[in-house]
Ligand binder design. Structure first.
Ligand code: ADP
Length: 260
């Protein structure tokens, strides 16, 4: 229990630090990109223009990295809207299938007809894509990836066992694979930015930290269960929001987002 709290505090501290750096760096990249774009328009086709385009691509890669760091530091603006998470996940399944390739069998299972939450759909897509790519890397000879959406009611008694979770109604997204799994050492550090066991170029160590930041910024919780040889399960708990009543013209009734 203490271990989980210590871990949460550590993530908070790293989040503050990286979020601050990423924020300033992102502003600089915006200036670089903007200026390169203006120069590119003034330069005729040829080698000079190609150099500018290469610099522009590097700036875009940098912006993608800072975007993930901003998500981890919870400084990524979220455009949260009431959505049925089951429908969203079903909608993303083609993209996920293409991302993991044919050697991996993807199953999406949605239980219940209404799993509503206040959520930024494009950030959720990004998070699921990161999880799917990790699962793919953990199953080089193929396997099964299951994405399940269901409802979870965390009772006060249960939340005592899980000190990082508030009791309440949640939409639960479980992403499980039949891959290599993680050792306890890797599992403990997996959400840290820049922690990777992959070779340079294959991993940045920012995938899970982006997912962590996005979920906590959405008022949710994330849990990781993994054992070597037994695969990995990532559980994302998003606070349930009520579906708007058809006859209620005043708009959706949404549970206020709990303070982070
Ligand atoms: P990256 O994928 O770039 O290494 P992540 O933050 O997404 O960065 O993951 C950090 C590390 O956690 C990975 O390098 C890997 O060791 C481990 N990991 C993440 N997801 C899985 C998974 N599904 N199965 C096994 N190990 C995983």
């Amino acid at each position: 229990m203490e271990e989980e709290l210590r871990q949460a505090q550590k993530m908070e501290a790293i989040g503050q630090l990286t979020g601050g750096i990423a924020h300033d760096f992102n502003n600089l990249l915006t200036v670089i990109s903007g200026n390169l774009e203006m120069v590119e328009r003034r330069v005729p086709e040829g080698p000079a223009r190609e150099l500018i385009q290469a610099a522009q691509e590097a700036a875009d890669d940098g912006a993608r990295l800072t975007g993930q760091l901003l998500a981890f530091g919870r400084r990524q603006p979220l455009h949260a809207q009431l959505a049925d998470v089951g429908q969203l996940v079903a909608h993303f399944s083609d993209l996920l299938r293409r991302a993991v390739g044919e050697t991996i069998e993807l199953r999406t299972v949605v239980t219940g007809s209404s799993n509503h939450a206040m959520i930024d759909a494009s950030q959720l897509q990004n998070a699921l894509l990161n999880l799917a790519l990790n699962a793919r890397d953990a199953m080089p000879r193929g396997g099964r990836l299951t994405v399940e959406v269901t409802h979870a009611d965390i009772s006060p008694a249960e939340s005592g066992v899980r000190p990082d979770m508030r009791p309440g109604d949640y939409v639960l997204i479980s992403v499980s694979d039949t891959g290599a799994g993680m050792t306890p050492e890797v599992r403990q550090r997996a959400f840290e930015p820049f922690f990777t066991t992959k070779s340079a170029g294959a991993g940045t160590g920012l995938g899970l930290s982006m997912v962590y930041g996005f979920v906590t910024q959405s008022g949710g919780h994330i849990r990781l269960d993994s054992e070597p040889g037994h695969g990995t399960i990532v559980r994302i708990y998003l606070p349930s929001a009520q579906k708007p009543a058809e006859s209620h013209p005043a708009g959706p009734s949404v549970r206020p987002e709990p303070a982070l």
